[in-house]
Design a protein around this ligand. Structure first.
Ligand code: NAP
Length: 455
């Protein structure tokens, strides 16, 4: 009989895994908490980066396989348990990503006006769980904490011209709020130096091409410290860091062109408190220097000097972390499902029969979409080795899983046809406005658009 796999999470890592398992003769059921697929491709990738979203064509092809089914609107731990899945599938692959945010752990972190990037990004991308959030954009200064590509995305979204936003699939509520925004200056705050920034080169270059914002790097902060400069000259340095430093230095040498908006990159500054009376008004930072951490890397060490940077809005973009789901072994420290090269393991390191993990909830929130292809291949290789060794065993209920097996436990499941109806509806709404789509942001509206596939 055909082996059956359940993949939990229809983002890139889940879809790559599904595609690989289908090729290996598995029947694959792909579950997602939302009625819509594609995870961060839909709810994370910046709306002004439509080319990156073209990867969904690959996933559409996977979904056309006759042994593929989509169960949208099904939440693991809420509508279905781990045990129910293990009772029915030879293999269960967790691909839920990392939806929570890392915490700074500093005073004032939760003042009004301070928000995690996870939520802000989900808001402007129309994720239904974050659609009704409210951001006060009536302030002049925003600070984005962190030096990764998410921080760049957020900074860019805050200074794009409203006409540029209107040409995208930014959620309507965010489009309106951003058009009315009073923010003029966005400061990106790195705790280490320019040589340690986690930006990738094209994203950093894009900041220098904004239509209504100057990019500003204080001259003294674009230059790497002595230790980093020596590292950049050495074979240990990577090309991305070298280029980042060159780009930042070119920004430092630029004359401001008098645009109405500014993106300011600051380095060697760690937030130590958010200040304000009832709501955030400034970020207190410690000025740092770079030290060799003795493990081949560099740490930020406070010099004792402190500064204040005005901020009516703070977006904390310091990395994502996973959310534990009842019963699945979880490493609290790392915010990931416990695993050994993709095999889920218990606290003693023992592999759990039939359970695997892929993507950010396996390795942490790093890499671009394509990184998940190799990551999925690595886990699928372990799974296939277990299959070939007879280690998958037979599920307790060893028969094909009926499409309606969840019964009344889940009010409405959206299948792939239902998603295609939603997709066509959104694209149709966008067409008259020259937009790729107008996203539905309410689950009930999604179900209405899904139409005939309510049960
Ligand atoms: P990231 O690249 O890991 O960057 C996190 C940033 O937060 C780092 O600069 C880190 O600094 C900083 N940070 C961590 N803890 C901090 C603290 N306590 N105080 C101050 N700063 C702190 O994460 P990300 O930006 O969330 O991106 C996640 C992944 O998605 C990355 O691989 C990214 O490239 C990818 N992504 C790609 C694109 C794209 O290709 N266009 C767009 C978005 C995201 P340290 O280095 O000092 O720890």
């Amino acid at each position: 009989m055909t082996n059956r796999a359940a993949v939990i999470g229809a983002g890139p890592s889940g879809f790559y895994t599904a595609g690989m398992l289908l090729k290996e003769g598995f029947a694959v059921d792909l579950y997602d908490v939302l009625p819509t697929p594609f995870g961060l491709v839909r709810a994370g990738v910046a709306p002004d980066h439509p080319k990156i979203k073209a990867v969904t064509r690959v996933f559409d092809k996977t979904a056309r396989d006759e042994n593929f089914r989509f169960f949208g609107g099904v939440e693991l731990g809420q509508h279905v348990t781990r045990e129910q899945l293990l009772d029915r599938y030879h293999a269960v692959v967790y691909a839920m990503g990392t939806s929570d945010d890392n915490r700074l752990g500093i005073p004032g972190e939760d003042l009004a006006g301070s928000h995690p990037a996870t939520e802000f990004v989900s808001w402007y991308n129309g994720h239904p769980h974050h659609a009704d959030r409210d951001y006060d954009l009536s302030v002049k200064n925003a600070v984005v904490i962190g030096n990764g590509n998410v921080a760049i995305d957020v900074a860019r979204m805050l200074v794009l011209h409203p006409d540029e936003v209107r040409a995208t699939d930014t959620a309507d509520h965010a489009m309106e709020a951003l058009a009315a925004s009073q923010i003029e200056e966005v400061t990106l705050l790195g705790r280490r130096g320019p040589a340690q920034a986690a930006f990738t080169n094209p994203e950093l270059r894009e900041l220098g091409e904004l239509t209504r914002a100057d990019v500003i790097v204080p001259a003294g902060e674009a230059l790497p410290d002595e230790l980093s400069a020596a590292w950049l000259e050495s074979d240990a340095a990577d090309i991305t860091s070298r280029r980042n430093v060159e780009i930042l230095q070119s920004y430092a040498e630029r004359e401001a062109s008098g645009h109405s908006h500014r993106v300011v990159l600051r380095f060697l500054r760690s937030p130590i408190a958010l200040l304000g009376d009832g709501r955030v008004e400034a970020v207190r930072v410690s000025v740092n220097r770079i030290e060799d951490n003795g493990r081949g890397g560099f740490s930020a060490v406070p010099t004792g000097v402190e500064e204040e940077i005005p901020a009516g809005l703070v977006i904390r973009s310091i990395g994502y972390r996973g959310v534990p789901v009842a019963g699945i072994p979880f490493d609290e420290r790392r915010g990931l499902i416990r695993n050994e090269a993709g095999r889920v393991t218990d606290e003693q390191g023992e592999p759990q029969r039939g359970e695997y993990v892929v993507g950010w909830i396996k390795r942490g929130p790093s890499g671009v979409i394509g990184t998940n292809k190799k990551d999925a291949a690595d886990t699928v290789a372990q799974l296939l080795a277990d299959r070939d060794a007879g280690a998958l065993g037979a599920p307790a209920i060893d028969e094909p899983v009926a499409g309606d097996w969840l019964g009344a436990d889940v009010e409405r499941v959206v299948d792939w046809g239902g998603w295609q109806n939603i997709d066509a509806h959104e694209v149709g709404l966008g067409e008259p406005h020259g937009r790729p789509r107008v996203k539905l942001v309410d689950v009930d509206h999604m179900h209405d658009a899904a139409g005939g596939s309510k049960d």
